[in-house]
Ligand binder design. Structure first.
Ligand SMILES: [Zn+2]
Length: 298
């Protein structure tokens, strides 16, 4: 797969204009720097954690100049050049440079830019920049740190594919500020408007992160209580409409649904995005995939 990808990257790279102009990687040779791959993976996970979405793309080291968000065969990839990230991190004397570039590329995926076949354009670039500023603030970067890579690498003038430096710095600043306002507001109390940058824009390809649903629950609609051994304090109920609900401080949340199996020993299971598969026996025991009892109905 990797070999296959490598042979594809040139093509993809030509199809999608690069994030930055050519970067003189050779000018910053570095002896062995084995931390980058693991570092890049950790960074992507951190970025994902900030926005609360499941990663729906793969991270692949590739023979490209810097980094790119691509779709191939319906799969999403973030391609990155290991030495590029390393060189960036070196050049700006902080890890934030590489982080911001990965965040920018992830921003392309999450904003749906990679769905179009037209390649880079200034509007998309600014959205991805804004996203990177937002993410980096949430991760703890200063505004200057969030802007460091673009400050170093962006062209001054706007081109057909990329905005000029000052626009890009302004977009990063805007995202950074949005995150900063959110953090300040949540430190003070409830935050009425916590829309992230991701959700402001094209919602086309974004799956809701956690499709919880508020419902009212009164005793008449409760069929039984659901007890999970691992969470004895938590209140879960099965409703008369076979929804599995969780009582939280925010109210009742539907987290799954009781569905039928074809297995007479385990005739039901909870269909849920939040739980590993849990079967329900006729006797009312909850059983995991390994056949261990993990709770009961009461
Ligand atoms: Zn870009």
């Amino acid at each position: 797969m990797q070999q296959y990808l490598k042979s594809l990257t040139l093509l993809l790279y030509l199809a999608l204009a690069p994030l930055f102009g050519p970067v003189a990687i050779a000018a910053t040779p570095k002896p062995e720097a084995p931390t980058t791959v693991a570092g890049a993976r950790d960074i992507v996970q951190e970025i994902i954690n900030v926005i609360g979405l499941k990663p729906r793309f793969e991270l692949q080291p590739a023979d490209i100049d810097n980094a790119a968000a691509v779709v191939y065969n319906g799969e999403r990839y973030i391609l990155y050049n290991e030495r590029f990230l390393d060189a960036i991190n070196n050049a700006v004397h902080t890890d934030w440079g590489g982080v911001s570039i990965l965040a920018h590329e992830i921003g392309h995926h999450l904003n749906g830019h990679t769905l179009s076949r037209s390649g880079s354009n200034p509007e998309d670039e600014l959205e991805a920049d804004e996203f990177s500023g937002f993410v980096l603030r949430k991760m703890g970067a200063s505004k200057a740190e969030a802007q460091a890579a673009i400050e170093l690498l962006s062209e001054e003038e706007t081109s057909r594919t990329h905005p000029g430096k000052r626009y890009r710095l302004a977009a990063i600043s805007k995202g950074w500020q949005t995150a900063n306002d959110q953090l300040l507001a949540s430190a003070k109390g409830p935050q009425p408007d916590n829309r992230g940058i991701v959700s402001q824009n094209r919602p086309a390809q974004q799956r809701p992160a956690a499709a919880t649903q508020r419902v009212a629950l009164d005793s008449r609609s409760v069929l039984t209580r659901v007890n999970f051994n691992k969470a004895p304090q938590e209140q879960f109920y099965l409703t008369t409409r076979y929804n599995l609900v969780h009582m939280t401080e925010d109210g009742v949340q539907v987290i799954g649904r009781l569905a039928k199996t074809n297995n007479p020993d385990y005739p039901y299971y909870f269909e849920s995005d939040f739980l590993d598969t849990i079967f329900v026996t006729d006797e009312g025991y909850l059983v995991n995939k390994r056949g261990q009892r993990v709770g009961h109905l009461s």
